[in-house]
Each structure stands twice: as C-alpha cells, then as structure tokens.
Design a protein around this ligand. Structure first.
Ligand code: G1P
Length: 296
C-alpha cells in the first residue's frame, strides 16, 4: 500500500539569465506559453495528478509568482461588473484553494539538490512530487498523472525519462535501464551530466520525479557534484542503495522553456493545439514561413 502523493515541489529560484532582458524584472517562470505562465502549466499538470499542496522554492525578485497564485479581488469584481464570465471562470478555476500553497526561499543558487532540500520542512515525512517548470510537457494525460500510475502499482521512487540523441546526454541526468516493471522499468544507475561515453543510456531525466522523504537526509549531507552544484541526482543515486527507483518513458512532448528555441516551440505547439486560436494561428504561421522562403 503506497501513501498518496499530496504535495508537489516547484523549484523556481533560477535567475533566467538566458532570457535577459525579459527576465530583468519578470521571473522566467512567469513568461507565457500562449496565455498561461510557464509555472501555471506545471501547476496544472500537478493538479491533474491529484496534488493538493503546491510548494514553491523561490528566490529574490520572484514575489510575483506568489501574487499569481493569490486571489485578485479588484480584478474579479471588475470582471463581474463587466459580465466577463469566461475570464472570471479562468481566474477562479486556476486558483489553488486557501492554504494550498507554500513559499520558501533558496537563499543562494547552490544547485537543484539544495533547492529541493530547502523544501524539507514543508514536505515533511511523506512522498512528494517534484516538477521542474522549465520542462513543459505537452500531452494528455499529463506526465505526472502517468507517473502516478507507476507509483500506485510499485511504490518507491519514480522518474520520468525520455530519449535524446547521444550527443545531447551531457546536458542532463541520465539513467541506466534494468528489468521491465509493468508500465515502467527498474533504474539501475544514474549520473548527472555525463560525458557521452560515460552515459549508461540515452534516457534522460525529464524534470518530473516522485520521491520518498528519505531523500532529504541524503541531501542534507550532499557535497557539490557536476558543475560545482549540489545535485539531486547524486543523492538519488545514494537512495538507490535503500529503495527502488522506476523509470517511465511517458507519452507527451517536452519543450525546454529555459531555452529560447524550446520556449518558442512550446508557444507554437500550444497555440496550434488551442481550438480558440488554432485556425487563425495556422494561417499566420504559413504566411510567415512562406515569406521566409518556405520550409526548406
Ligand atoms: C536538472 C537535473 C537533470 C535533469 C534536468 C532536466 O538539470 O539536474 O538531471 O535532466 O534538470 O531539465 P539542470 O537543467 O538544472 O541543469
């Protein structure tokens, strides 16, 4: 019998230097994919998977994320007076309930492992989900909902993985593949940002995790690894001595919104999937491509 996953952690302390000047005053997580901030899409995915409490590990200049997940009375009253029912419904249905959000700060940028460790008291002694909002995973059901199925069947820890070309593995955490385990497979090893000749496979960690709380005691003692940062992958590797880890090759498409091309591609993909704007957007895209010399 596995315990229910009720809490999700969202590390959102990154500086977003790749998006300057856009991210000078606006956190990168508030940049929009069509009309939804990147962080909202990660929260949407978590809510779909049944998450009830949303824990944000923020940093300086990120206060607007807290405002985004708060009720906006003046705006709602104005929308009501103007009979803007659809807009009002969007605001109200997106809003987590009272007491369902928590915010803590990662005071120094010491790495993903350190950011997760900063959430230890808010998570407490229960399994939790971890979503890296930069990785927007487009698909239905969402990636975390798919991972929950593996977790409900197997327990332990679950990591979403996907294939990348071998010459890209050095940018990610990479897992070793063991026996089949129902919808997932047993993970046999993992390494953060390996040289391509040292990578155990070309299956990378896609930024979605279900983890047991014992990870925190390991993060507590974790020293810096790849890139001089405290790496979550290094502590997960240690936890593998005591607990099972399963990988899931999920269905869906990942867009790395921490990267300019990935971010633009996410906007195109979501735009084309939105029935309200898709026909018009398709036309405009075709015109732009034609004006730029066609597709090849
Ligand atoms: C982090 C993780 C890495 C994972 C990646 C996904 O790396 O450490 O294992 O593959 O996210 O985006 P980062 O992108 O923070 O360097």
């Amino acid at each position: 019998m596995t315990s229910k996953i009720k809490k999700a952690v969202f590390p959102v302390a990154g500086l977003g230097t790749r998006f300057l000047p856009a991210t000078k005053a606006v956190p990168k997580e508030m940049l929009t994919i069509v009309d939804r901030p990147v962080i909202q899409l990660a929260v949407d995915e978590a809510r779909e998977a049944g998450i009830e409490h949303f824990i944000f590990v923020t940093g300086r200049n990120k206060a607007v994320i807290e405002d985004h997940f708060d009720k906006q009375f003046e705006l709602e009253e104005t929308l009501k007076r103007r009979n803007k029912d659809i807009e009002l419904e969007i605001l109200q249905s997106d809003l987590p309930g009272a007491g369902q959000t928590s915010f803590t700060r990662q005071q120094e940028p010491l790495g993903l492992g350190h950011a997760v460790w900063c959430a230890r008291d808010l998570v407490g002694n229960e399994p939790f989900a971890l979503l890296l909002p930069d990785m927007f995973i487009h698909g239905s059901p969402g990636c975390l909902a798919q991972m929950k199925n593996v977790y409900d069947a197997r327990g332990g820890n679950v990591i979403a993985v996907e294939e990348v070309p071998q010459d890209q593995v050095h940018k990610y955490g990479v897992v070793g593949v063991g026996a089949d385990a129902g919808e997932g497979f047993e993970i046999t090893s993992m390494v953060e940002k390996p040289k391509h000749e040292d990578a155990p496979s070309n299956l990378i960690i896609s930024g979605r995790y279900i983890l047991q709380p014992e990870i925190f005691a390991l993060l507590d003692k974790q020293t810096a690894g790849a890139g001089g940062e405290i790496q979550l992958t290094d502590s997960m590797l240690k936890l593998m001595d005591e607990q099972d880890f399963y990988g899931l090759k999920f269905t869906g498409t990942t867009y790395d919104c921490g990267d300019k091309v990935g971010f633009l591609a996410a906007n195109v993909a979501l735009g084309l999937s939105r029935t309200d704007i898709s026909p018009q957007f398709t036309q405009v895209l075709k015109q732009i491509i034609a004006r730029n010399g066609g597709l090849d």
